[in-house]
Structure formats: C-alpha cells, structure tokens
Write a protein that binds this ligand. Structure first.
Ligand code: FNR
Length: 379
C-alpha cells in the first residue's frame, strides 16, 4: 500500500514539504495560509522544532537482512499498521470547503488513526460517519463549563471514538502576529463551532437558537472555550466521564510527564503545538529526549511538532516516541488536492519512513533507540 516507486504515475502534487507549502501559499488566501503555516511571536519555537531534528544524525547499520520490515505499532491494546497518526487540526474548511470530511476520507482509505478536533468544522458525529470502522480518537478542548466537557466526551464515546486526547497547551490562543494583523479570529470562529452547535448542553445555554442568532452562539463559545483554571486535580473529573484511554497533549516538562503518569493518564503527547502557543519554548524533540528518559516506557509517548519526512519519524521513535502525529503537511495536501492530496502526503511520509528504516539497517520499530543517532554537538 505504501510502495511509491512502482506506481508508474507522475504525482499531481510536489513530493517535497517545502514545495507543498509554497504552492499552498500561492493558492490559499493570505490569512488562511498564515493561520496554518504560522507560529507564535517571532516563530522561534516553530523554527527550533526543525533545527532540533537537523541536529540529530542517523548512523545507519549494514548487512542486517532488512528484506522484511514490520512498522506496525501497538497502542492501548490495538495494532496500527504504522506509527503515524493525523494530528488534531480544527477549522479545516479554511483549507478546503469539505474540510475534515475530506481528510477523514483519506484516513479511512488508508486506515490511519484520525484525531478529530473539538474545533472541527464538522461535528464529531459527521466525522465518525465518514471514518466508519477506521481508527478514530477525539481531541478535547476542555471547556470551563464542565457539563459541556462531559457532554462532548459522552458524544465521542457514543459514536465510537477509541481514545480522548486532552489538549492542555491551549486554554487560550497564543500570540500569533499575522492573525492579529489580519483580524482573522472572527472568521476562524465561524469555521470551528460545529461541535458546539450540535451539543445539547451548549445549546441549552443559549437564549435564542443559533440558526436565528449565530453571533450570540459564537460569543458564548469564546467565553466557554477554554479553562485556564484547570489543575492536575481536575483530571479525576475526566476519568469519571469515560473508560476510554486518556492522553494529555502539550506536555514539555519532564515533571508534567511524571504527573501525567501518577494521575493515571494512559499516555502523553509531547508537543509544543507546532510552535503556535509560546514563542521561545524548548523544541518538541528536545523535550521528548528528556521525557522518555524520565518515563522509561511506563506509558506510551506520542510526539508531534516538526515531522516533515520519514527521517524525522525515525529520529522521534529512536528518541523514545511510540508514534508520531502529522500536522501541517496533511493540511497542505488538503488545501491542494482534497482527499487525494491528503492521501499522497500521508502515504509518502509512511513510505519514506519505511525506506529510512531499511536503509538504516532496522526491520522493527522495537529495535529503534537513541544509540542509532548522534547529536551534532557530540560529533
Ligand atoms: C493545530 N493544532 C491543534 N491541536 C489541537 O489539539 N487541536 C486543534 O484544534 C488544533 N488545531 C490546529 C490548527 C492548525 C491550522 C494547526 C497547524 C495546528 C496543533 C496540531 O495538533 C499539532 O500539534 C501541530 O500541528 C504539530 O506540528 P506540525 O506537524 O504542524 O509541525
């Protein structure tokens, strides 16, 4: 399924991430492009994410019979064919009129786990319909209205989502200079409210139906969206709502990784949100290195922020990630080619990763470890 050289067909879109980004820049309207491509502040964290990958070098091994390779992974009792997932990305109609419906179709066609965002342009029920029996997780933005939070989790459980990903790093949006200049937020909000409009508890908080007064619904959403008052003690509330595995997304400090484990969480996602929240943070990859040493395999560690090619996946797994999430690359695929564009991007990353494994002398993900890499400063 992920063989790329044998297709004999010229690809419609560029293969390189940088060319895809360039093309998306040319085709999308300015504000939407910058919302996807941009980061917080001076975009230092966003750049650090990539620099960190470049500092690590792969040291390949030879003569190790890599004719058969197993790139499948097991997470929370289920086996997935590769260590690659879709990152939760909201408001996908800014890239394509069918937004999540298109990317979810691609995920279902390839059976790649899809994480649907609370801020999606379509309801989690509609997205679940498209995903059908393909693996699906739900990403929760924890509202300060606890009943809405509980309701979202119940809805996700009811339509077959298999894990809850709680994003902790975004109780409010980061300082994104282009979005401020472009006054993009009001437009964006309209693209990401679908899950609230379908939520019975949210709707019960409105005086007028959203069909009659969408502005008031949006205003209420901005008030209820985040919950900066949360503490570690609140995780018990979430645990009571569901028996699904819960993962905490946005962990960068090793003490927080430890707290996640001690709070009974099932996994973490090491992430700085693609450098979109705090300008000047540690790169996600440097955080991963420290956190995996701290957790020593106690709970699965997933990783995102900066994965662009197969070699990046290889490096993240060698530094302790069990799986990785792809963000912006699939959004460019969506913008440029809808479902087919998303499929191309994801297939290429998986094929490139498989080749990197083979050419580095590794046939199984369980063999990957930090001794297969050298950091530039140690060369
Ligand atoms: C995001 N991300 C995100 N995360 C999340 O938990 N919920 C969300 O709704 C969104 N929405 C979103 C929109 C856009 C346009 C982007 C680019 C990102 C963050 C996302 O899940 C992931 O952490 C990063 O995108 C990973 O970094 P890369 O792969 O984009 O570098």
């Amino acid at each position: 399924q992920f063989q790329v050289y044998s297709s004999g067909r010229k690809s419609d879109l560029p293969v390189s991430f940088e060319e895809m980004e360039q093309l998306a820049h040319e085709q999308l309207d300015e504000s939407s492009f910058y919302y996807i491509a941009g980061g917080a502040g001076k975009e230092r964290s966003m750049k650090e994410n990539r620099l960190a990958f470049d500092q690590w070098k792969i040291v390949p091994r030879m003569l190790r019979n890599v004719s058969e390779r197993d790139i499948s992974v097991k997470l929370f009792g289920k086996t997935y064919q590769s260590p690659i997932l879709f990152a939760p990305i909201g408001v996908q109609t800014i890239a394509h009129p069918n937004g999540e419906l298109e990317s979810a179709e691609a995920a279902a066609a390839l059976k790649i786990p899809y994480i649907a965002s609370t801020a999606a342009s379509f309801s989690l029920e509609k997205i679940a319909d498209v995903l059908d029996d393909s693996p699906k997780w739900f990403q929760l933005y924890w509202s300060n209205d606890m009943d809405i939070t509980a309701s979202m989790v119940k809805r996700a459980e009811k339509c077959g989502y298999e894990a809850i990903v709680v994003t902790l790093d975004t109780p409010m949006m980061g300082w994104r200079e282009k979005d401020i200049e472009n006054a993009y937020l009001p437009f964006l909000l309209g693209q990401g409210i679908a899950n609230y409009l379908e939520d019975p508890v949210f709707c019960s908080r409105l005086n007028v139906s959203p069909k009659e007064d969408i502005e008031s619904a949006i205003l209420l959403w901005t008030r209820l969206f985040g919950n900066p008052a949360l503490t570690w003690d609140d995780l018990a509330f979430l645990r009571k709502q569901t028996n699904l595995p819960i993962l905490l997304k946005g962990i960068l400090h090793k003490e927080d990784a430890k707290l996640a484990y001690e709070s009974g969480m099932d996994g973490i996602i090491v992430s700085n949100h693609g450098g979109r929240q705090v300008d000047g943070t540690i790169s996600s990859l440097d955080a991963l290195e420290m956190i995996s040493k701290e957790l020593k395999g106690k709970i699965p560690i997933l990783f995102d922020s900066g994965i662009r090619r197969g070699a990046d996946v290889y490096k993240a797994l060698a530094l302790g990630a069990n799986s990785v999430l792809i963000g912006r690359p699939f959004m460019y695929g969506l913008a440029l080619g809808g479902k087919d564009g998303v499929m191309q991007v994801m297939k290429n990353i998986i094929a490139d990763f498989d080749l990197t494994m083979a050419l580095s002398g590794q046939k199984s993900i369980s063999e990957l470890n930090a001794s297969l890499l050298i950091k530039e400063s140690n060369l």
